[in-house]
Design a protein around this ligand. Sequence first.
Ligand SMILES: *[C@@H]1O[C@H](CO)[C@@H](O)[C@H](O)[C@H]1NC(C)=O
Ligand SMILES: *[C@@H]1O[C@H](CO)[C@@H](O)[C@H](O)[C@H]1NC(C)=O
Length: 489
Amino acid sequence: MLIRLSTWTAACALVPSAVAFYPIEPDYGDSSNGNSERRAALSPPSHPSSNTNSPRGSVTLPLRRVPISSRQNSYNIVNNKDPSHANSVAVDQDGNDLSYMAAITIGNSKEEYHLLLDSAASNTWVMGQDCATDACRRHNTFGEGDSDTLKTDSTTFDITYGTGSVSGTTASDTIHIGSLSNELTFGLATNVSSEFEAYPMDGILGLGRGDNVDGTVEAKGIIEALHTSGVISAKLYGVHFSRASDGVNDGELNLGEPNKDRYSGDLNWQDNVDNDRGFWEVPIMGAGADGTTTNLKGRTGIMDTGTSYMLIPEDDAIAMHKLIDGYSQSGETFSVPCDTKKPIQITFGSQTYNISSTDWVGGTLSSGGCKSNIIGRQTFGETQWLIGDVFFKNVYTVFDLDKSKVGFGVKDPTASGNGNEETSSQAPSTTTSAGASPTASSSETLSTTSVPGTSATSQSIQQGGARQGSSHESMLALLGAVALLVVFV
Ligand SMILES: *[C@@H]1O[C@H](CO)[C@@H](O)[C@H](O)[C@H]1NC(C)=O
Ligand SMILES: *[C@@H]1O[C@H](CO)[C@@H](O)[C@H](O)[C@H]1NC(C)=O
């Protein structure tokens, strides 16, 4: 029994190791929403036909880039400003703070591909032109004929994510990211599962530390490749993620050097704990809310830019929410009063970081409460917390591959765009929602049609459309099945 259990744990750990995101469709116990909301929650963005104002969907805000030829990509993407800092690229997002992406071009093609920034995995891939699945049909695809310098090969790759799978063959070409260019070997996906229909990205940019999973894209990652050819001087990157409701759109990925203008004081460097999964995982010295700490000890945080929220084991989530007056729990999700202003706090080393209520308090529920973006779900080990974009909107974070450290910088609240001010969760909605939410006073950016979740993929859905969603259960089933397979192999 014991052996089985630990085998199971190990197996579970194996599965998502190549993986950014996790399926999640928390049920907030919002009974009046019923099934229709559950279905809406699984809907992908609308089809092009329902979204006529632009070939790419309702692209709001600075349209920095216009694709030469628009294929089927009809997802909302809010382009952020081109950074002034050297060796940097804008981090675009979906308008709901759920998926953060960088636009790249490949070879001599002018087409842009938005790749999800994924610090928890090390595989880079883009949807290939030979991919005929619906997910690929809706996105920008790349292949022979797009770039004269593309070199394909016959090495296959196969990645099983918590939310689906991707397979194909590897290829090499020059990747252009911001002003930087470098040869990179990446996956050209020929089979992309339906889960990816729900998300705006055309592929994934692996920014993990390298994993030991066979059969994935086995090549140098972008940071290492840029460093090897001397394009960047240090093997590190820093991220500043924008909050859509701020309207500043200054998200940026800094390559090779942190942007000192993004934080005050020094970076607080923390050593990675040992793991062979390529996670950026650091010890959590304390956690609480608004100056009151829980007595949770021995936890670690997996810093995952590919996850939208925070997923922590249920008991830990209860301990955290106990610090919030008026909270209630429903399964893995929690509801809190919408006027909650307390920041959630996490301590790394001796420095405590705030996650503003603007970010951890989500949309309204019919009960009158608001969703908490801290979900009670164990994704990996029982002391491991998956810390996603709610954190990166609040803390400038640097990932150093050479030193195997993560550096945290306190964002200067007075700097524009850092948005540490406590705006209420009743900020105006910036998105359209498909399905009528019962309480549709529609607070804040996460409309009730969104799936609160974690991941990149778990979410989405600015404008609900149409996927008939069976996928949640089946995704979980998939995860379970793969885990089982590993157990019994
Ligand atoms: C695509 O992947 C799915 C899931 O792994 C698999 O069932 C299917 O056979 C694959 N299709 C092709 C054409 O390889
Ligand atoms: C975190 O929030 C508290 C209020 O609970 C505030 O006093 C403190 O200055 C904030 N810290 C930072 C680093 O912004």
